[in-house]
Ligand binder design. Structure first.
Ligand code: RAM
Length: 509
C-alpha cells in the first residue's frame, strides 16, 4: 500500500548525480611486512603473466572505471585474462575473498575477473565501485606479448554540489582534516539518495539518513534531497503505517522488509531537523501523520510502561555490537522521539500536544523505575542487567535525567566496566549527548580521539565501524565486507560547523 502522491514528490526531489572525469594520480607497488603496508611509487611498464600494479586515484572515489589497454610484442594471440580489485583502504588488497566466512554476501567484495579478446581497446567496466585504489593483476597473457595500460580513468559520481562547500578553516590542522574527511564521506554517499555506504549497502537507511541530513545542512546544504528521502520512506510504509528501515530504488522504489523499531521512530526527529533547516512548513504538515504513526505503533508495544526485551521486538539497531542488550536504549530513542514530536505538535498547533507530553512523562518515569540501578548508579538493560554506554547515552538524549545528573553519569561511566561503543553511529549520539549537556571540551576530546584515530590510521573517508581497541573488528565476520566510506560517520562536519568547536588556546584537549 504505497502513497503515489508522496512517491511522485520524492522522485521529483531526488537529484541525478553528476559525473567528473578523474585520471589515476600514480601507480604503486604495495607490500605488507609485519602488518605494515608500504607504498612505493612505480612507473608502469609492460605487464607479463603474474605481474600487477595498483592505481592510486589520490582520494576516495565513487564511480566507473575505464582502462585504455594496449600491448607490446607480437600481435596478441590469446586473450588477456585480468583480475581487478577495488579498495577503499589498502588493507582490503591483502585480504582474500575466498577466506571470508561471514554471514553477509560475498557479492559485496569489489573484484572482477575478465577476459579481453581484442587489444588495443578501452575497457569500460559497467559496475559502479567505491575505491581509492585499483589493483590490476595479469592472470595470463601469452609468451608473445605483454599488456600495457595507457590510462586509467574514474568517471566519479556524486550529487553533492562542490561549489557550495566552504572550508572549515579552524586554524587547527587535525580539526580541518577531520572536517574534510567527513565532508568527503558525505560527498561520496550523496548519490541519487543518501546512501549508507557506496561500497555496501548502497541504499537509503533511515537511521543513517538522519545523521547525513544533519551534516549536509552544515556543509553541502541540499534540503531538497533530504525532503526526497523523507517522502520516499513515507510513500512506502507497511500496511499498519510502520516505516521500513531501508528503501531500494531499483528497479522500482520498494521498501526493504527489514523493520528496526529505533529507526522508524527516528523519522520524527529527522522530520523536525529538516523543518528547522528548511522552514518548509508544508512538508512538516504533510509528513506529520506518518511521523506520529511511528510513535503510536511504538506505544502499542509497551508492556508495563517499557518495551519488552528486544529479542521479542525483532531486530533493533542502536549499535553494531553483537553483545549489546538494547532494551533500555530503545526506550531512550522512544523518549527522544517523543520530545521531537512535542516540538512538531507545538509548531503545528496540534491538539495532541498534551497527550504527547503525558506519554513522555509516563515513559520517563517507567524508565527511571525499571532501568535505573541504584547500587551502580547507572541505567541497566535486559534481564542480565547489562551496563552499556548505549543505554546511558540514549536515556540522556531521551531527557530522563536532569542535566547535572546526566553529566555526572557520563563522567562516572569512564570509570565503570561498561559495554563500549563500536560504530561512529553510536559515538555520534555520545557527542550529541555531551553537547546537549554543554560539555563542549569533552565533546571535542571525543571527536579528536575517535574520529582523529581514523584520520591517523590514514582514513580518506570515515568508516562504518571503528573500535580503537580492535581495529580489525567486523560485525559481519570479516573486515573485507566492511564499508570504509560510511555516511553515519560524517558527524565531525556537523559538530565542528554547527557548534563551532575549536581548541581553546590555553588548554590542550
Ligand atoms: C548496515 C548498514 C547501515 C545500517 C544498518 C542497520 O548494514 O550499512 O548503515 O543502517 O546496517
Amino acid at each position: 500500500m504505497g502513497n503515489e502522491a508522496f512517491l511522485q514528490t520524492a522522485l521529483s526531489c531526488l537529484p541525478t548525480p553528476r559525473e567528473r572525469r578523474l585520471p589515476s594520480r600514480r601507480c604503486l607497488r604495495l607490500t605488507r611486512e609485519e602488518g605494515e603496508i608500504r607504498r612505493e611509487e612505480i612507473t608502469p611498464g609492460p605487464l607479463k603473466k603474474g605481474e600487477s600494479l595498483v592505481f592510486d586515484f589520490g582520494d576516495h572515489q565513487v564511480g566507473r572505471l575505464s582502462l585504455k589497454l594496449g600491448f607490446t610484442g607480437s600481435h596478441p594471440d590469446a586473450p588477456a585474462w585480468l583480475r581487478l580489485q577495488f579498495a577503499e583502504q589498502p588493507s582490503e588488497l591483502f585480504e582474500k575473498a575466498e577466506d571470508y566466512r561471514g554471514w553477509i554476501s560475498t557479492g559485496w567484495i569489489q573484484q572482477e575477473q575478465l577476459h579481453v579478446d581484442v587489444l588495443p581497446c578501452t575497457l569500460e567496466l559497467p559496475r559502479r565501485y567505491a575505491f581509492r585504489y585499483v589493483k590490476l593483476e595479469v592472470l595470463d597473457v601469452s609468451s608473445k606479448y605483454s599488456l600495457t595500460v595507457e590510462e586509467a580513468v574514474c568517471r566519479a559520481l556524486s550529487s553533492a554540489e562542490e561549489g557550495s562547500l566552504t572550508p572549515l578553516n579552524s586554524g587547527d590542522p587535525l580539526l580541518d582534516r577531520m572536517d574534510a574527511v567527513a565532508c568527503r564521506t558525505l560527498h561520496n554517499c550523496m548519490q541519487r539518495v543518501f546512501e549508507d555506504g557506496p561500497k555496501r549497502d548502497r541504499r537509503l537507511w533511515l537511521g543513517d539518513l538522519r545523521l547525513q541530513a544533519l551534516a549536509s545542512y552544515e556543509s553541502y546544504k541540499n534540503p531538497e534531497m533530504v525532503k526526497g528521502c523523507l517522502y520516499l520512506f513515507a510513500a512506502l510504509p507497511r500496511k499498519d503505517g510502520l516505516l521500513s528501515a531501508a528503501i531500494f530504488l531499483e528497479p522500482e522504489p520498494e521498501a526493504d522488509d527489514t523493520y528496526l523499531p529505533d529507526y522508524s521512530m527516528l523519522f520524527v526527529p529527522a522530520l523536525l531537523d529538516y523543518y528547522r533547516f528548511s522552514g518548509d512548513m508544508e512538508t512538516l504538515r504533510e509528513l506529520w501523520p506518518t511521523a506520529l504513526r511511528q510513535l503510536e505503533i511504538a506505544r502499542s508495544r509497551l508492556q508495563n510502561g517499557v518495551f519488552p526485551d528486544c529479542d521479542r521486538l525483532g531486530w533493533c539497531f542502536i549499535d553494531w555490537s553483537l553483545e549489546l542488550n538494547k532494551q533500555a536504549a530503545l526506550m531512550g530513542v522512544y523518549l527522544y522521539s517523543l520530545k521531537a514530536a512535542q516540538k512538531i505538535a507545538e509548531l503545528l498547533g496540534d491538539g495532541r500536544l498534551l497527550e504527547l507530553r503525558n506519554c513522555w512523562s509516563a515513559g520517563a518515569e517507567a524508565a527511571r523505575t525499571q532501568f535505573w540501578e541504584k547500587d551502580r548508579a547507572c541505567f541497566v538493560s535486559g534481564p542480565e542487567r547489562q551496563v552499556s554506554w548505549a543505554s546511558q547515552i540514549w536515556m540522556i538524549l531521551g531527557g530522563v535525567l536532569p542535566d547535572g545528573e546526566a553529566a555526572a553519569l557520563l563522567e562516572r561511566m569512564e570509570e565503570q566496566q561498561a559495554l563500549g561503543m563500536v560504530t561512529p553511529y553510536l559515538y555520534h549520539h555520545y557527542v550529541q549527548a555531551l553537547l546537549n549537556l554543554g560539555q563542549r571540551e569533552k565533546a571535542l576530546q571525543v571527536l579528536r580521539s575517535y574520529w582523529g584515530g581514523m584520520v591517523e590510521a590514514g582514513a580518506d573517508t570515515f568508516w562504518e565501524l571503528y573500535n580503537p581497541e580492535n581495529p580489525g573488528e567486523s560485525p559481519y565476520g570479516g573486515a573485507i565486507v566492511n564499508s570504509y566510506c560510511h555516511a553515519w560517520s560524517c558527524g565531525p562536519a556537523y559538530f565542528l560547523r554547527k557548534y563551532q568547536l575549536r581548541q581553546t588556546p590555553e588548554r590542550k584537549l
